[in-house]
Structures are given as structure tokens and as C-alpha cells.
Design a binder for this molecule. Structure first.
Ligand SMILES: Cc1cc2nc3c(=O)[nH]c(=O)nc-3n(C[C@H](O)[C@H](O)[C@H](O)COP(=O)(O)OP(=O)(O)OC[C@H]3O[C@@H](n4cnc5c(N)ncnc54)[C@H](O)[C@@H]3O)c2cc1C
Length: 242
């Protein structure tokens, strides 16, 4: 019997990137400057770059924001991937296979600070939760461990009996971790962040699941580091994607 591992963190790691704030402006300026766009964008300086990004952000000229790319590597529970992969436009995914390899015995367990009990004035349309008291939290974790361990034991028993991995996995549930490479562009990324983060400055507030919000917060930090002006102006724009 393989002992399962309970994991309370989701990993979002930078792999690679193409482009920058300046490249976005370069792509914008090809409209009026043609082949001179690159030299023109390079001559602008921070204020010139920022002013032009602000303009296309406000006017919803979204195309130039597609002229960059970000690649990340993510380790997250299947329940997060179920939501993440609903983002079809401007996202490419390559995921670990449950048909070709044995899935690792790593399962999601919420950290104690994850609000998990329905708040007194709970509404399904705008769900709010509060942290569990220590006993409720312990019981929940204990119950998860039993369920995951039993499911993984059955999975391994199936594999030992020569059952197709693609069938044996069916009983593992959505708490098991899976790894993906994900590539997106700043426009698709801003759209994702608008829907999968909770922010007081959002003009169109969302109520994302805690776990995908946690992953999105990490992704937002990477975005802010590599496209700082675009990130800042998107915030100033009420976090509405252009
Ligand atoms: C809080 C929350 C709760 C949710 N609850 C549910 C739920 O209960 N059930 C459920 O099924 N989903 C649910 N979703 C998923 C949601 O409906 C979207 O599928 C998901 O957020 C991806 O958004 P998107 O389609 O805008 O993104 P993308 O697929 O990346 O699309 C980006 C944009 O492209 C355009 N577009 C893409 N495809 C089409 C198309 N076929 N036709 C026309 N325009 C298109 C749209 O403008 C779209 O906004 C929920 C999402 C959130 C954030």
C-alpha cells in the first residue's frame, strides 16, 4: 500500500516569456508606423509607453495585448483544472496523462486558513465562507485522508490486476493533483484574472473558488513582474480585460 500525500499548496512557476510592455506598444504602432513601429516604440520612454497602453486598454483595442506570451508550469488539483480549462481562448495546455502513467498519490487538503464553512448569511449566488473551528477542520482532514487513501488503494489494486490506467483512475476524484504546462498571452491572462481573482478594485467583481483564486494570485504576481505597466493600467481600468 502506498501512503498518500496530502498537499495544501498549489504551485505556479514561471517557465518562459516572450514580449514586454514595449512589445505591446510596438504591435499597436504598426497600425500607423508600419515597419518603423519598433524604432518608434523604442524611442518613447516609460511615459510614452504607459500612455499608449492606457489608451488601448480604455478603448478596448485588445489585439496588441496578444503580441506577447507567458509559459508557466502548474501543479494543481483536478478540480482547479476543471475550472481553468474552461478558459478556451488564448490558452494552450499540455497535461500529465492518466492513461500513460500512474498518477502520483498526492491529494489536495485545504490549509486551516481556507474559509470552508458557509457564512451565516450564505447566498449561493455570492458564496461567502468562514474558517472552520479546529475540531471541524481536523475532522474534515481526517475524512479526506480516509477517502483518498481508500481510493488510491483501489486504484493500485486495479493497476496490479492489469486494468487499463485510463479506467482505474475513475475512482480517484477531483482532489488528486495533476501537472500542466500552460501558455497564454496578456490579453487572455487579464480575462482569466478578472474572473478568477477577488479584488476590491474590480469593476465587475467575481466570486472564484478559493483554490483557483490562490493559483490566479500567484499567476498575477508573475504577470506584474514581466508586464508591470500593463498590469498597473489593467488595475486602473477596474481589472477589466481589454
Ligand atoms: C465564479 C464563476 C462561476 C462559474 N460557474 C459555472 C457553472 O456553474 N457552470 C459552468 O458551466 N461554468 C461556470 N463558470 C465558467 C464560465 O461560464 C466560463 O466558461 C469561464 O469563466 C471561462 O470564461 P470565458 O468563456 O469568458 O473564457 P474563454 O473561453 O477564454 O473565452 C474568452 C472570450 O471569448 C469569447 N468566446 C469564447 N468562446 C465563445 C463562443 N463559443 N461563442 C461566443 N463567444 C465566445 C467570449 O467573449 C469569452 O468571454 C463559472 C465561472 C466563474 C468565474
Amino acid at each position: 500500500m502506498t501512503q498518500i500525500i496530502l498537499k495544501s499548496t498549489i504551485d505556479v512557476e514561471f517557465v518562459d516569456k516572450m514580449g514586454s510592455d514595449q512589445r505591446i506598444v510596438e504591435a499597436m504602432m504598426v497600425s500607423s508606423r508600419g515597419m518603423d513601429a519598433k524604432d518608434f516604440a523604442a524611442s518613447l520612454g516609460e511615459t510614452g509607453i504607459s500612455g499608449r497602453i492606457k489608451y488601448i486598454m480604455n478603448k478596448r483595442h485588445g489585439g496588441p495585448f496578444e503580441q506577447s506570451a507567458l509559459q508557466i508550469r502548474v501543479h494543481a488539483p483536478i478540480k482547479v483544472w476543471r475550472e481553468w480549462m474552461r478558459h478556451r481562448i488564448g490558452f494552450s495546455y499540455s497535461e500529465e496523462s492518466g492513461r500513460y502513467k500512474q498518477l502520483e498519490p498526492i491529494f489536495w487538503i485545504p490549509p486551516p486558513e481556507r474559509p470552508m464553512v458557509e457564512a451565516p448569511d450564505f447566498k449561493a449566488s455570492n458564496p461567502e465562507f468562514v474558517p472552520a473551528d479546529p475540531q471541524t477542520y481536523r475532522l474534515f482532514c481526517w475524512s479526506r485522508r480516509q477517502v483518498y487513501q481508500t481510493a488510491y488503494n483501489e486504484y493500485e489494486a486495479n493497476l496490479a490486476g492489469g486494468i487499463d490506467k485510463g479506467l482505474a483512475r475513475d475512482g480517484l476524484g477531483v482532489g488528486i493533483f495533476s501537472a500542466c504546462y500552460v501558455t497564454c498571452n496578456p490579453r487572455s491572462l487579464m480575462h482569466f484574472l478578472e474572473l478568477r481573482t477577488k479584488s476590491v478594485v474590480a469593476k465587475r467583481p467575481s466570486s472564484p473558488l478559493w483554490e483557483i483564486n490562490n493559483a490566479a494570485n500567484q499567476l498575477e504576481k508573475i504577470f506584474a513582474e514581466h508586464w508591470p505597466m500593463t498590469w498597473e493600467l489593467w488595475n486602473a481600468n477596474g481589472r477589466m480585460a481589454p
